[in-house]
Write a protein that binds this ligand. Structure first.
Ligand SMILES: Cc1ncc(COP(=O)(O)O)c(C=O)c1O
Length: 385
């Protein structure tokens, strides 16, 4: 008889159930306030839901075209033009994906071969590393400075070899809430000049940026744009992470390779939601107001935490806030996050799980994409710790 367990060599032996599933599962078992996983606990705009219903009633229920419906790709091109003054061809440079996760996976699958090196910055969103590994690539992880999450570009330069194929950046950054400045992007531009290194710029939180700062899309920097896959997510922008619709923007030669993989790992993406999103994007206020909407939530949450024993610096973007608990306990961040969920009924994410070699800086990540009522309750619990 075959012994499948012995003959099957896992392609991802180190990968376990993600911390998001663990903490969300524990949170619902403990009936805790769930500020762990990054999703809103309020609904999408009813107008958008109505548009999806309408598309379904109008028979948009069969396969969408492989790259996504044209009107949605066109609306994305218009958004890029309006926001950043950059023009992308909807025909050859924009592809609709099943969330940003699929866009990231497909971009990596399309270009990473055995022994290629990919530089990522830790703490990092957890899909990058296994995606690189699945295609035989090697992750070169750079730990960000835990104080300010700045990138040491000199250090990055020292890590570039003739095997470096790609660098992955993420701004606004999950989990730190830090944003890359224009100066950062210029440093990256000069680092990559005269190389064939590709860039994957994960911009899922592009509209969630605070205090008058401007998102520095990789598309704004011509010598970056010519080598970059930009990945984005409607789930983050329109409060419907469960719909899993996102997109990838890349120059035609990269999009061509991207679509070769895309057509065989999803073929095409949910059709009625694409029709609805194309219509909804016509009103730019639907995404332009997102920054102030979340800034109000960040400010409310932090004003209520000012007398707590946690230390923090206000998040500059995303809907995450880091809280440092080193004044409270010596426990590991994982143990403390689990104990808070069980005893205080509040769930968060310990950030050591995103760090290189599990570096524990005594920091928890809280998601503030929640109703004001939930944030007020959460702050009461946190202040009592
Ligand atoms: C940095 C980052 N990239 C990508 C994603 C995935 O986005 P999506 O839900 O559209 O797949 C997330 C979601 O949490 C994220 O935080």
């Amino acid at each position: 008889m075959s012994n499948f367990k012995v003959s099957l060599h896992s392609k991802l032996p180190a990968v376990k159930t993600s911390i998001f599933s663990i903490m969300s599962g524990l949170s619902s078992k403990e009936n805790a306030l769930n500020l762990s996983q990054g999703f809103p606990n309020f609904e999408s705009d009813p107008k958008l839901i109505e548009l999806v219903n309408k598309a379904m009633k109008n028979g948009k229920n069969q396969y969408a075209p492989m790259p996504g419906i044209f009107s949605l790709r066109e609306a994305i091109a218009e958004k890029m033009e309006n926001l950043y003054g950059i023009s992308y061809n909807p025909d050859t440079e924009i592809t609709i994906t099943a969330g940003a996760t699929q866009a990231i996976f497909t971009a990596i699958a399309a270009v990473i071969k055995k022994d290629d090196e990919v530089i990522i910055f830790k703490p990092a969103y957890d899909s990058y590393e296994p995606s690189i590994e699945l295609f035989g690539g090697k992750t070169i992880a750079v730990q960000l400075n835990p104080e300010n999450f700045n990138i040491d570009w000199v250090k990055v330069k020292g890590l570039i070899t003739d095997k470096t194929k790609m660098i992955i950046i993420n701004s606004p950054h999950n989990p730190s809430g830090r944003i890359l400045s224009k100066e950062d992007m210029l440093q990256l531009e000069s680092l990559l000049k005269n190389t064939d290194i590709l860039l994957l710029s994960d911009e899922v939180y592009e509209h969630i940026i605070f205090d008058g700062e401007k998102h520095q899309s990789a598309g704004l920097f011509p010598s970056l744009a010519e080598r970059t896959f930009i990945t984005a997510s409607f789930g983050k922008t329109f409060h419907n992470t469960g719909w899993k619709v996102g997109y990838c923007i890349a120059p035609a030669f990269l999009t061509e390779e991207f679509r070769k993989v895309h057509q065989f790992n999803v073929f095409s993406v949910n059709h009625p939601t694409q029709v609805a999103l194309a219509e909804y994007l016509k009103n730019s206020n639907n995404y332009l107001e997102l920054g102030s909407f979340y800034q109000q939530k960040r400010d409310l949450f932090l004003s209520l935490l000012k007398d707590s024993r946690f230390d923090f610096k206000p998040s500059a973007g995303t809907y995450f806030q880091l809280l440092n608990f080193s004044k409270i306990t010596d426990e590991s961040d994982v143990d403390f996050a689990i104990r808070l969920t069980k005893e205080q009924k509040i769930a968060s994410i310990p950030i050591s799980v995103f760090n290189e070699a599990g570096l524990d800086t005594k920091v928890l990540r809280f998601c503030f994409a929640k109703t004001d009522e939930t944030l007020i309750k959460a702050a009461e619990v946190i202040c009592a710790i």
